[in-house]
Design a protein around this ligand. Structure first.
Ligand code: FEC
Length: 323
């Protein structure tokens, strides 16, 4: 079994921010002002841990698959040794930095991989996220001319294990609230340009996640909001989380719990947009703002990935053994 785990990617060092940003902008370098603004955001949070978290997710997903697949090539011994050599191999690649998706796909081709399941650390489908991950894989395969059957898990916004994992983390915040039943629970995801969101699929999925979690926890006051809209002139979907905080204050709320359901991992958009910018907005408004913990590489999220990958792998008409 071969898996390609994908995520957004982040620069490791300051000098990597320019090429990273240029890659996000499809090869158009940002203006000096835009670059400086992004550098300041990274400076403020220290550094994004996204690459390390993605790597940990890949290692743990591989271990989880190998620990559970009933396909051990040799009889089990008393100890599996330092690293179980099982039949599952998890490659990982990121959209905008090393290891790029193209590098991961090349490694799979070099290893002779003929079938693979792809999954993105992002539960909601959108034309500016999951669809682009697929395009990058397919473009590399076409360039290499390598015959690899690829199946992508496109979405998992309503996976019971994912909903439970999110609900458990919202629950952790309840004891910190003075009046949990009077608080507002905001569920956020990355905004995308309006023109890429016209079919409403992305918005409906984010809303569904929020509603299912809110229902599971019996939350009275909940809503969705968008965050991290890009620095481009076109209109992006809203309302932005900061506007929602203004509205919450005007409606008389004094405590808000924000849960970034669009992002399983901690990174710039969580540490800057929520922990810094939204916290500043909340402080200015006299609101108490709590943020739920991210899923990162925690066992309950790895279990969700494992389950999704196994289901997708089973959809190959005749899985090839070994590679
Ligand atoms: O920690 C890090 O360094 C990386 C954090 C990060 C994640 C992320 C996820 C998503 N994005 C999505 C859409 C867009 C669109 C554009 C865009 C631009 C940026 C910029 C940075 C950035 N994004 Fe991002 N995104 C992250 C970081 N994103 C930095 C460039 C500066 C800025 O505009 O803020 C606009 C591109 C353009 O100019 O044409 C569109 C979506 C996701 C969630 C799904 C996923 O994770 O793939 C959708 C994490």
């Amino acid at each position: 079994m071969n898996v390609l785990l994908m995520a957004y990617g982040t620069p490791y060092r300051q000098e990597e921010i320019l090429p990273y940003y240029t890659d996000i902008r499809r090869g158009r370098p940002p203006s000096e002002a835009l670059l400086q603004e992004l550098e300041e955001r990274y400076h403020l949070i220290g550094r994004s841990p996204l690459n390390e978290i993605t790597f940990a997710q890949a290692v743990r997903l591989e271990a989880a698959l190998n620990a559970t697949l009933p396909l051990y090539p040799t009889p089990l011994r008393a100890s599996p040794g330092a690293r179980v050599r099982g039949p599952a191999r998890v490659y990982h690649g990121t959209k905008h930095w090393h290891p790029f998706i193209a590098e991961a796909v090349r490694a799979m081709a070099e290893d002779g991989v003929r079938q693979a399941v792809g999954i993105v650390a992002a539960p909601h489908f959108s034309a500016r996220s999951i669809a682009e991950y697929r395009e990058k894989v397919e473009a590399t395969l076409a360039e290499l001319g390598h015959p690899l059957e690829f199946r992508l898990v496109e979405e998992y916004y309503d996976h019971p294990g994912y909903l439970q994992a999110v609900a458990n983390r919202v629950l952790e915040q309840l004891w910190r609230l003075r009046k949990p039943e009077q608080a507002l629970y905001l569920f956020t995801a990355h905004s995308i340009p309006e023109k890429a969101a016209q079919d409403g699929r992305y918005q409906a999925q984010v809303r569904a996640t929020a509603e299912l979690v809110a229902r599971a926890l019996n939350l009275t006051h909940w809503d969705t909001a968008w965050q991290s809209a890009g620095r481009t002139p076109e209109p992006w979907i809203g309302p932005d989380v900061n506007e929602k905080l203004e509205e919450a204050r005007a409606l008389g709320f004094s405590e808000v719990v924000v849960t970034a359901v669009g992002f399983p991992s901690d990174h710039l958009e969580v540490f800057y947009d929520l922990d810094y910018e939204a916290q500043n907005t909340a402080a200015r408004l006299g609101l108490r703002l709590l943020r739920t913990r991210s899923l990162n590489a925690d066992p309950d999220y790895i279990e969700v990935l494992r389950d999704l990958v196994l289901r997708e792998w089973a959809r190959f008409s005749a899985p090839v053994r070994g590679v």
